[in-house]
Design a protein around this ligand. Structure first.
Ligand code: GTP
Ligand code: MG
Length: 241
């Protein structure tokens, strides 16, 4: 009981929650990050190191790292692991040839001691493409059902439209006993924030990110920039308690 209270105090206190977005190059990680942040598609170029976005919602701070997936960069992923609570693994569902490599990377991550307490959300991205693998195919190939020591969820999505991204938490959260659904969180936060957000605030807050998303950049985003993102992140935290 004491442990639970301590955890809840952590969530609603000033603690920072760390999320890392990993996956092979061209999977759609950066597209997902900025889809989450701005609800819009940005033109991306391969990420050379990482993109970091800090989001503050109420008293809850989130640090989201989008890490470059090129072969030479995979070996640097572990330098981002410390204190990570949530791993978002993005997969290009059309990239059959490299699913084996993704599986290796996934199990290496799960075995890493810095990630022992992390939850894993897998986005089977590019579901809009005709030749994409289904989430069932990907789950089977990755033998996800064998993962017992980390909470995980897989979701098909399309980063360019945002489809599948926002509803993800709903099914994830529903598997937790008392966790609110993403829709409930979104509705609550959205209706509360709607009254506070000036009309073009979102563009103003995030404009700097649109020009070029590559290499390393660190932006501090206002929580009001995307209430849906806040709802998703808060939902993740509650689910993880
Ligand atoms: N059709 C389609 N294209 C997508 C989707 N998501 C991303 N893309 C495209 O895939 C390409 C790579 O996307 P990025 O977000 O840059 O990929 P990344 O995982 O960040 O790649 P690295 O930074 O090199 O690790 C871009 O041209 C995106 O527009 C999707 O859901 N559907
Ligand atoms: Mg990238």
């Amino acid at each position: 009981m004491g442990q639970l209270i301590a955890k809840l105090m952590g969530i609603f206190g000033n603690q920072e929650h760390k999320v890392i977005i990993v996956g092979l190059d061209n999977a759609g990680k950066t597209t997902i990050l900025y889809q989450l942040l701005m609800t819009e598609v940005v033109h991306t170029s391969p990420t050379i190191e990482s993109n970091a976005e800090k989001i503050v919602l109420q008293k809850t701070h989130f640090l989201v790292w989008d890490i470059g997936g090129q072969e030479a960069l995979c070996s640097t992923w572990n330098t981002y692991y410390a204190n990570t609570e949530f791993i978002i693994l993005v997969i290009d569902s059309t990239d059959r040839d490299r699913l084996r490599t993704t599986r290796e990377e996934l199990y290496q991550m799960l075995a890493h001691e810095a990630l022992q307490d992390a939850s894993v959300l897998i986005f089977a991205n590019k579901q809009d493409m005709k030749n994409s693998m289904t989430t069932v195919e990907i789950s089977q190939f990755l033998t996800l059902s064998a993962i017992k020591d980390h909470p995980w969820h897989i979701q098909g999505c399309c980063a360019v439209t945002g489809e599948g991204i926002w509803l993800t938490l709903s099914s994830w959260a529903q598997s937790g006993e008392h966790a609110p659904t993403a829709e409930m969180l979104w509705e609550r936060d959205h209706s509360r924030l709607r009254t506070q957000v000036p009309g073009d605030f979102r563009q103003a807050a995030c404009g700097a990110a649109v020009d070029e998303i590559s290499g390393h950049r660190q932006l501090t985003s206002q929580p009001e920039a995307n209430p849906k993102l806040g709802a998703v992140l808060l939902g993740l935290c509650r689910w993880n308690t």
